[in-house]
Design a protein around this ligand. Sequence first.
Ligand SMILES: [Ca+2]
Ligand SMILES: [Ca+2]
Length: 91
Amino acid sequence: MKRLGILAMSALFSTGVLAGSDVSFSELDRDDDGVVTQDEAKGSQLEQSFQQADQDKDQNISEAEFALFKEQKEIKEEGGGQSGGGGGGSQ
Ligand SMILES: [Ca+2]
Ligand SMILES: [Ca+2]
């Protein structure tokens, strides 16, 4: 029943800045052990930036590292204006 609403909302979001990248830490941490492994990051946009986000190089993204990563990404996006490179998303 709520599906349409959610779809409409995600459509709204993908016309904005964060095309499908607005994923929360708990969503990524599928086994709920408090860290996101490379395997869990697969398919998210964290996958490409995993090494960057993994500040202490233990091959896990802790919640703190994830928060930092998102923060830096937002700063970057604000500074660079609109990111117009989203080739994957169709309207
Ligand atoms: Ca995990
Ligand atoms: Ca780490």
